[in-house]
Design a protein around this ligand. Sequence first.
Ligand SMILES: NC(=O)C1=CN([C@@H]2O[C@H](COP(=O)(O)OP(=O)(O)OC[C@H]3O[C@@H](n4cnc5c(N)ncnc54)[C@H](OP(=O)(O)O)[C@@H]3O)[C@@H](O)[C@H]2O)C=CC1
Ligand SMILES: O=C(O)C1=N[C@H](C(=O)O)C[C@H](O)C1
Length: 261
Amino acid sequence: MTAALGQGVVKVAVFGAAGRMGQAVCRAVLDAPGLDLVAQIDVDDDPQRAVEAGAEVAVDFTHPGATMQNIEFCARNGINVVVGTSGFDEARQDQVRALLHGTEVRVLVAPNFSIGAVLMMKFAANAAPYFESVEIIELHHPDKVDAPSGTATRTAELVAEARAAAGSAPMPDATLSPSQGGPGLDGARGAAVESIPVHSVRLRGLIAHQEVLLGTVGETLTIRHDSLDRASFMPGVVLACKKTGTLPAGLTVGLDALLDI
Ligand SMILES: NC(=O)C1=CN([C@@H]2O[C@H](COP(=O)(O)OP(=O)(O)OC[C@H]3O[C@@H](n4cnc5c(N)ncnc54)[C@H](OP(=O)(O)O)[C@@H]3O)[C@@H](O)[C@H]2O)C=CC1
Ligand SMILES: O=C(O)C1=N[C@H](C(=O)O)C[C@H](O)C1
C-alpha cells in the first residue's frame, strides 16, 4: 500500500511554485500533517527534481499552456497529479485519458478547490431544471489570463447536463445580434458555454467570485459564491494531495469525487 492510501507521509511536488496559488499551496503543504513538500518547481526549473526528490503527487497551478506537458512528464515517471490550472476542456480531458491509458497514474482535475464553489456548482445544477433561464456571471482579479473561468465553464456544463436530463426547453431570449440583423453589439450577451450565457468581469480588488442567476415566471434565484482569500482553496488542495492516490487509475474531474456531498 502506498503512502497516498494513508500509510504515512505523502511526498508532494508543486509546479508553478512561484505563482499566486503555488506560493499558497507550498505554505499549506508545509503546514499539513501527513504531507511533505519535496520539490518547488517554477518555469525555469527542471521538473526532473520532482522525480529525484521521490514525489508521489505533483500539484499543478501553472498556465493552461504548460499543464499538459507537466502531466505527460508525471505520467512517464509514475507521479499522480492534482491539477488546479484552468482551461481543461473536453479535448484536453480526452488527451489525458489517452496518455494515462494502461498506466496506474491518477490525475485529478479540479476546476475549483473551495468547498463553497463546489457546493455552488452542485446547487446550481440541482436548481436548473426548475427555471426557464440560467446565466452565469464570473468575476475575477485582472491578472487572470483565461476567460471564462474554469469554474464558470464547469458550472455551465453541469447546468446544461441537468437541463438536458430534465428535458428543459431552450431558454427564452429574443435578442437579435448584429450578425442576425439586430441592433446592439456582438458579445453583449456574453459567451455561450453549452448554450448557457457566461459573462466575465475582470476587476482590481477581486479574487474569485461567481453568481448563477436562475429565473422563471415571477421569481428569480441567485446563487453566489465568493473566494475572499486564496486560503479558501487550501483545504481542498491538501485533501487532494492526500487522497488522489485512492482514486481509480486515470482521470477524475471535480473535487466532489473526494467529498461526501
Ligand atoms: N482550481 C482552483 O481552485 C484554482 C485554479 N486556479 C488556476 O490556477 C492557475 C494559476 O493561477 P495563479 O497562481 O493565479 O497564476 P500565476 O501566473 O500567479 O502562477 C503560475 C506560475 O506558474 C509558472 N509556470 C508557467 N509555466 C510553468 C511550467 N511549465 N512549469 C512550472 N511553472 C510554470 C508561472 O511562471 P511565469 O509567470 O514566469 O510564466 C507562474 O509563476 C490558473 O490557471 C488559475 O485559473 C487559480 C485559483 C484556484
Ligand atoms: O484564476 C483564478 O484566480 C481562479 N481560477 C479558477 C477558475 O478559472 O475557475 C478557480 C477560481 O475561480 C480562481
